[in-house]
Design a protein around this ligand. Structure first.
Ligand code: 3PG
Ligand code: MG
Length: 397
């Protein structure tokens, strides 16, 4: 690994500019899921323990280079303060210039400064060197702890790293280590679950995975597109009929690479898409014209469980069915449970990521049984696609 960690840095008396991801869901002024906040705490505490002064850089929402008061990071301060307990949190109304300099100069020993939304400056998304220099001028060292924003080449994730000694924070380190174990140099056989609505949004992902994994389990709406590609009628199901040729190409590429693709052999169909809708289990080839496929059936789930049992590594992105509404969450829940059990028994390394996926695993009550749950959505996907993440690539050892 080319990057340094906090262990390699001398931070005593130094100001550490830490890029974090505080892009948390909020409703009515309250943070509704503080996971991302909680996961940066080890980094902040380790910097303090090494005698450093943590100054946090982050974005919130997509204000597109103008000051949008509703997207101020000040509203995150109470939740950050609650997560940090005895460490004082101060806030500066800009991430560069006078307000930031004053707040940093006034820092005490057991204190963190949070700087205002980097995306209030147009230079942030342009990866502008001037903005990066303005931020870099505030500190001595740059720490990137925002894996979930590392797919963005922005001033606070990329350009700034070129201006200061830099390293990965604890969360970034944990993400990169877990992902390396899952797809970089994993124990084989490797199984991947890819679900979700559309083949078109996960083309690069499927194309990369078939060259890397031994088993690719396809679920959700995108499985329907693959069924159609094989000449199977799917009634009123969600399917991208213009993507069937692409699906055939992916099937061919998988065959050449020695990757077995698993599609549902049985399906759960319903006439309406609502909670508790009447449903029936049918063979995958027997979807009625007026029905839609909303989940994989029990035979498919048993087959998936067998693949998991025979695998050493599992990487998961996307639910197997319409997991938001019951009973169409059954396949996702059962497969997630199985993966959790095998992980607990020590026979499987399981890594999952992506907003929907984490929500589904939390709903199934098994997220804490997985080896690692990524805090990232888009960055996790781009990483699984085999792309270089600019915010990681720029961290040099
Ligand atoms: C996220 O929430 O996925 C990250 O914070 C990145 O946000 P973005 O998609 O607005 O760049
Ligand atoms: Mg995103």
């Amino acid at each position: 690994m080319a990057w340094k960690s906090l262990d390699d840095m001398d931070l005593n008396g130094k100001v550490a500019l830490v890029r974090v991801d505080l892009n948390v869901p909020m409703s009515g002024g309250e943070v509704t899921d503080a996971t991302r906040i909680e996961r940066i705490i080890p980094t902040v505490r380790d910097i303090l323990a090494k005698g450093g002064k943590p100054v946090l850089l982050a974005h919130f929402g997509r204000p597109k280079g103008t000051v949008v008061p509703e997207m101020s990071l000040e509203q995150v301060v109470p939740a950050l303060q609650a997560a940090l307990g005895d460490v004082k949190v101060s806030f500066a109304s800009d991430c560069i210039g006078g307000p930031a300099k004053t707040a940093v100069a006034a820092m005490g020993g057991n204190e963190v400064v949070l700087l205002e939304n980097t995306r209030f400056h147009a230079g942030e998304e342009k990866n502008d060197a001037m903005l990066a220099a303005g931020m870099a001028a505030l500190g001595d060292v740059y720490v990137n702890d925002a894996f979930s924003a590392a797919h963005r080449a922005h001033a606070s994730t990329e350009a700034i790293a070129r201006l200061l000694p830099n390293c990965a924070g604890r969360l970034m380190q944990a993400e990169l280590t877990a992902l390396e174990a899952a797809l970089g140099s994993p124990a084989h056989p490797v199984a991947a679950v890819v679900g979700g609505a559309k083949v078109s949004t996960k083309l690069d992902l499927l194309g990369n995975l078939v060259t890397k994994v031994d088993h690719l389990i396809i679920g959700g709406g995108m499985a329907n597109t693959f069924l159609v590609a094989q000449g199977i009628e799917v009634g009123k199901s969600l399917a991208e009929r213009d993507m069937t040729e692409t699906a055939v190409e992916i099937l061919d590429k998988a065959k050449q690479s020695g990757c077995t693709i698993h599609l549902p052999s049985d399906i759960v169909v319903a006439r309406e898409f609502k909670e508790g809708a009447a449903s029936e289990v049918l063979p995958a080839s027997a979807c009625p014209e007026d029905a839609m496929i909303l989940d994989a059936g029990p035979e498919s789930v048993a087959h998936i469980a067998e693949v998991f049992t025979n695998s050493r590594t599992l990487i998961w992105n996307g639910p197997l069915g319409a997991f938001e509404i019951s009973p169409f969450d059954a396949a996702t829940n059962a497969a997630a449970q199985k993966a959790g059990d095998l992980t607990r028994d020590g026979s499987l390394v399981s890594v999952a990521g992506g907003g929907d996926t984490v929500a589904a695993l939390n709903k199934a009550g098994v997220a804490d049984q997985f080896t690692y749950i990524s805090s990232a959505g888009g960055a996790f996907l781009e990483w699984m696609e085999g792309k270089d993440l600019p915010g990681v690539a720029v961290l040099k050892g």
